[in-house]
Design a protein around this ligand. Structure first.
Ligand code: NAP
Length: 254
């Protein structure tokens, strides 16, 4: 699965899952736009690692709750590259709160970063990709909480639920331009920031008996970025070690 010569934007690739996706794509031959909300050591370090594999890559800092910052990021991409082949909408924020205490400001922030920004990025990317001879790929990083409620995550769940239906709407309307749009529905994935006690909590509730790795998401993202899967569009692929298989799956005693 080679992606030689493709240009890819991975939002939120300064750390966590996005960082591993950016590195996987660079490893397979892509030139990357490495993105973070702001200039930070994490962004610089992720970018330096990518550049070792893919020297023409660039880094961009853009606060995704601000539509003007998204416009600016795409202006830079258009200035720097002839086109864009792959968009991974990965960046997201969370700010857990009991639903009755949830402030409108927090609701708006989570919805703007986790749902409006992927829409705006997909719109910008789609307009570039429709001019590509080889079409394009958009991959939305979603969550099992798009479907399964979690206490104190009403805004996050609503945004991810919206991202799931947005994936299908984009897939439908962009299919004539040979642009495929899919989502990865992630379960519990360990990033450098996941505390060990949270990882341990999942040992019994995940049928696979462990938390997932960022590489397990990144390998699927690379596959969905490739021409191996040009007939897959509008799909939501769950990567959760069986976490959402149902009540009995999470109860080894039953
Ligand atoms: P993470 O480690 O918290 O990293 C988040 C990334 O998004 C960072 O690069 C961050 O940039 C960027 N970001 C956050 N807020 C932003 C904003 N307002 N504007 C621009 N960029 C922003 O996240 P993660 O755990 O890897 O999660 C990545 C994706 O997977 C998310 O969509 C998340 O919902 C999904 N997911 C994760 C899990 C999990 O268990 N980890 C499970 C299911 C789904 P800075 O470094 O500048 O802050």
């Amino acid at each position: 699965m080679q992606l030689e010569g493709k240009v890819a934007l991975v939002t939120g690739s300064s750390r966590g899952i996005g960082k591993t996706i950016a590195h996987e794509l660079a490893h397979r031959g892509c030139t990357l736009i490495v993105h973070g909300s702001k200039e930070s050591d994490a962004l610089r370090s992720s970018f330096e690692d990518v550049k070792k594999l893919s020297p023409d890559s660039i880094k961009v800092a853009a606060e995704l709750s601000e539509p003007a910052a998204i416009d600016k990021m795409f202006a830079r991409i258009k200035q720097t590259f002839d086109g864009l082949d792959i968009l991974v909408n990965n960046a997201a924020t969370q700010n857990p709160s009991p639903v009755l205490e949830l402030e409108q400001e927090d609701w708006d922030r989570v919805l703007s970063v986790n749902l409006r920004a992927p829409f705006l990025c997909a719109q910008h990317a789609g307009r570039i990709m429709r001019g590509n001879k080889t079409g394009g790929k958009i991959i939305n990083i979603s969550s099992v909480h798009a479907y399964d409620a979690r206490r104190h995550y009403a805004h996050y769940s609503a945004a991810k639920g919206g991202l799931e239906t947005l994936t299908k709407s984009l897939a439908l309307e962009l299919a004539p331009y040979n642009i495929q749009v899919n989502s990865i529905v992630a379960g519990a994935i360990a990033t450098e920031l996941t505390p060990l006690d949270r990882q341990e909590k999942f040992l019994t509730s995940v049928p696979a008996g462990r938390i997932g790795t960022t590489e397990e998401i990144a390998r699927l993202a690379a596959f969905l970025s490739s021409n191996e899967c040009d007939y897959i569009t509008g799909a939501s692929i769950t990567v959760d070690g069986g976490l959402t298989l149902g009540f009995c799956a999470s109860r080894p005693d039953l």
